[in-house]
Ligand binder design. Sequence first.
Ligand code: ADP
Ligand code: MG
Length: 342
Amino acid sequence: MPIQILPPRLANQIAAGEVVERPASVVKELVENSLDAGASKIEIELEKGGTKLIRIRDNGCGVAKEELQLALSRHATSKVTSLDDLEAIISLGFRGEALASISSVSRLTFSSCTAEQNEGWQACTEGRDMAVKVQPVAHPVGTSVEVADLFFNTPARRRFLRSEKTEFGHIEELVKRLALSHFEVHFSLKHNGKVVKNFRPALTLAQQEKRVAAICSNQFMQHALAIKAQHGDLALSGWIIEPQGARAQNDVQYCYVNGRMMRDKLINHAIRQAYADKLPSHLFAGFIIYIQVDPAEVDVNVHPAKHEVRFHQGRLVHDFILQTLNDALLNHEPREASEEDF
Ligand code: ADP
Ligand code: MG
């Protein structure tokens, strides 16, 4: 075969392989866009576990009519303009690929209105060259994205989708993780016409602990120790389980770095070490940990789905976590909360 430049849709479909694995990955990318747009309310609506329809509505800053076409193109982003920006990124997105990728493997409609416009505009992509059609639409300030029939044109990927229940389960777990990362945002989740989650903004510590209890169980919250520490530019906060509350199975293991959900070996290692002499080996510690670090001190461009980070000063971060957890575990007094508090 001669060498040819791939048509845009095919190039986007290939790129989609890296970020769009299942409905939950679409929800993740879209909600992260809403958070980057400064939304204080994000509504997620699904049909059939997201395989038939995913609709995300936000009250963020919106996209201007002139930029709608760009928003749906590959390598188009408002979040970085130089390598320097990338080295100190604060937004969740920066690759400028999600919308182009998702729209290449679904029927995507993007409706938006900015505060400066007096009407909303809607864009959808069509054809092999992904031409964008733009038309007026009634829409309040903010954005709605509708993703219908995910993978309708990529049967090999569609076959990998699991049952509605399984796909919904992945999204539900994701929404919990997102709700734990942005307490100030109102999140709601609707499935097949029924509201299944509704997390109102949680501003005070008491409201936040209530949200944590709703997401991670009352039992977790009853045994949780609040942690808070600062060391230079590095800050740590969250909740960790007191050793008496540890269980054989523990799915409360959430870690965020600068508001981004993470799985990180270094952090896990520090946590495990903190509990090493306080827990029998068959029990697992639950934790929700938020790390704030100077964005220039961490590299987030390690993996397309951005689950991993690399700290420039890994040892320092590790030891700071270990120290903070050690102090908390050493000094704690059992919580006096009763069932009715939650
Ligand atoms: P990235 O998030 O990496 O920039 P995306 O493909 O996800 O790439 O989005 C492209 C651009 O579209 C974003 O940079 C942003 O300017 C705009 N955008 C996408 N979703 C929203 C939204 N919900 N509200 C406002 N702007 C958005
Ligand atoms: Mg994005």
